[in-house]
Design a protein around this ligand. Structure first.
Ligand SMILES: Cc1cc2nc3c(=O)[nH]c(=O)nc-3n(C[C@H](O)[C@H](O)[C@H](O)COP(=O)(O)OP(=O)(O)OC[C@H]3O[C@@H](n4cnc5c(N)ncnc54)[C@H](O)[C@@H]3O)c2cc1C
Length: 430
């Protein structure tokens, strides 16, 4: 079949690898220039945390051996307190329960190279401007010219503000919930960190901001400052702001003033939508179908996992008549409940990172989780571990974590009750 993918981000370029492997003719249309000739991130997330779901999807198409050398392990969070003290919170109990920082561009270039070598054709600098769903035919614009490209199916992998989604939904009874977080972000550089390079550094500042950093291969770190978007846009003296709110981060950023002035404010959006497909003609994946706030570090990982799930759905049944329609419907049916849960978890983790990571209660809970995981291996798995270090579907992970929490609550209540009874008995005996 001739399948056209709109968007050569992580989802579109990985799906190209999967579809070529299934024997389809794949063409990818991407509005931006070829990343192999450009290093222009346009202020979008420079590096990303790759976790188990992404690793599994990339392993599935045989790409991880090429990706590993491009990653830096993140073994836990290094949490910075206002007095400059740093506490390290490991991500898991086992050595392999870690995240991997990778530059978005390096990842996409590897994927594009791999898909191209397998037979996919990439057209960079081509923007999707129209879609005839019936064909389907995609209309792309390139250097002022419009071309109509017919296909058997079109995949919208064109991100949170997907043109394919809007064009596919035209005239359908479609739901779209789009919500901007009042906070935006700016990316800044830390040329070198004094300690804990293999960690995700966090400066939780409550209402006064949040800094999260990812390590790079050259020893530097990319820091993302999150703050209410209005304050970010209006700030004229970032050095004074850092001196007051994040004094220990200020000396780590020698180019702060210039970078702050040069870099755009990024916006954070959550998207929930349905339908994800129109019969067997058009389907959405990745951020085009479900964008989340970045605080669980799962947006790209879930986009890559989408490709694995869609590929599995395409493998069900035979390639006859409405095979694609059934596969796309099964993809949405089986996947959307899980990405809806991820949306919820990503919202909650914003509060956790911003406010809770340095609270003593949070630390006790985190330690208790790891101790219980050690005492009952396979029977007790913290939610964070299930989301980040396993491929347990998101909603299943949340349901299991709630069951574990209920057991913990009842056990604590039971223990407290037994203690009270023992005390009463002791008093009576006196
Ligand atoms: C600050 C920040 C930090 C993040 N950190 C993490 C993290 O640590 N871990 C993680 O898993 N996720 C993270 N994410 C989320 C992650 O970046 C996204 O979920 C991921 O990029 C989604 O991939 P995608 O391929 O679906 O969409 P995108 O990456 O948005 O790719 C879409 C592609 O489509 C192209 N396109 C758009 N419109 C058109 C058009 N009309 N015609 C043709 N092409 C078009 C775009 O140019 C782009 O190349 C973060 C996001 C942000 C904002």
């Amino acid at each position: 079949m001739r399948i056209i993918i709109a968007g050569a981000g992580p989802a579109g370029s990985l799906l190209a690898c999967y579809l070529v492997r299934r024997g389809h003719h794949v063409a990818v249309y991407e509005r931006r220039p070829d990343p192999r000739g450009h290093d222009d991130e346009e202020g979008r997330s420079i590096n990303l945390g790759l976790s188990a779901r992404g690793v599994r999807a990339l392993t599935d198409v045989g790409l991880m051996p090429a990706i590993w050398p491009l990653t830096v392990p993140m073994r836990g969070r290094a949490v910075h307190a206002p007095d400059g003290r740093v506490t390290f919170q490991p991500y898991g109990r086992r050595a392999d329960e870690i995240l991997h920082s990778v530059r978005r561009r390096d990842l996409v270039v590897s994927l594009v190279d791999h898909a191209e070598a397998a037979g996919a054709v990439f057209h960079f600098g081509h923007r999707v401007v129209d879609l005839d769903r019936e064909g389907p035919t995609l209309v792309v614009e390139h250097e002022g010219r419009r071309d109509a490209v017919p296909a058997d199916a079109v995949v919208g992998a064109d991100g949170a503000f997907s043109a394919v989604r809007a064009l596919m939904h035209r005239g359908l009874r479609a739901d779209l919930h789009q919500e901007f977080l009042p906070w935006g972000y700016k990316e800044l550089t830390i040329p070198r960190v004094p300690a804990h390079h293999e960690a995700l550094h966090v400066w939780p500042g409550g209402d006064d901001g949040l800094i999260v950093t990812h390590p790079n291969l050259d020893g530097s770190m990319t820091a993302t400052l999150f703050l209410p978007a209005g304050r970010l846009a209006e700030m004229t003296d970032p050095e004074a702001f850092f001196a007051e709110r994040f004094p220990d981060a200020l000396p780590l950023m020698p180019d702060l003033a210039k970078e702050f002035a040069d870099r755009p404010v990024g916006h954070l959006v959550s998207i929930r939508t349905t339908p994800w497909h129109d019969g067997g003609k058009v389907v959405l994946i990745g951020d085009a179908a479900h964008a989340v706030y970045p605080f669980y570090g799962q947006g790209m990982n879930s986009a890559l996992e989408d490709c694995t799930v869609l590929d599995r759905c395409l493998g069900l049944g035979s390639l006859d008549g409405d095979h694609l329609g059934l596969a796309f419907a099964e993809f949405e049916r089986s996947r959307r409940p899980h990405t809806d849960v991820l949306d919820e978890l990503s919202r909650q983790n914003f509060v956790e990172l911003r406010d809770r990571v340095r609270s003593p209660l949070h630390k006790v809970r985190q330690r208790a989780d790891l101790v219980l995981a050690g005492l009952f291996p396979g029977r007790w798995t913290p939610l964070y571990t299930m989301i980040s270090h396993t491929t347990t579907p998101y909603a299943d992970a949340l349901a299991r974590s709630r069951r574990q929490d209920a057991v913990l609550r009842w056990t604590a209540l039971g223990a407290a009750g037994l203690g009270a009874v023992a005390m009463l008995a002791a008093r009576k005996g006196r």
